[in-house]
Ligand binder design. Structure first.
Ligand code: FES
Length: 61
C-alpha cells in the first residue's frame, strides 16, 4: 500500500529501507524522498518505520 502519495512510496519501500539500515523519518526522507512533499504522510511513515524496526529487532534476537 502507498504510504506517501506525493512520492509514490509504499510500505514495502520503507520496509526495505529499514532492512538496509534506515531508522528514522529523516533517514527515509533522505533515502526515498518520502514525506518531503505535502508532509501529511509523516505520522503514518513513522508508524511503518517503527513497525519495521520492531520486526528487525525481533528477527535479530
Ligand atoms: S503524501 Fe507524503 S509528502 Fe505528501
Amino acid at each position: 500500500m502507498y504510504v506517501c502519495i506525493c512520492k509514490a512510496i509504499s510500505d514495502s519501500d520503507i520496509n526495505e529501507a529499514v532492512a538496509r539500515g534506515a531508522e528514522t523519518l529523516s533517514d527515509i526522507q533522505t533515502s526515498l524522498g518520502a514525506a518531503t512533499g505535502c508532509g501529511t504522510c509523516a505520522d503514518f511513515a513513522r508508524e511503518v518505520i517503527n513497525d519495521a524496526l520492531l520486526r528487525r529487532l525481533t528477527y535479530a534476537a
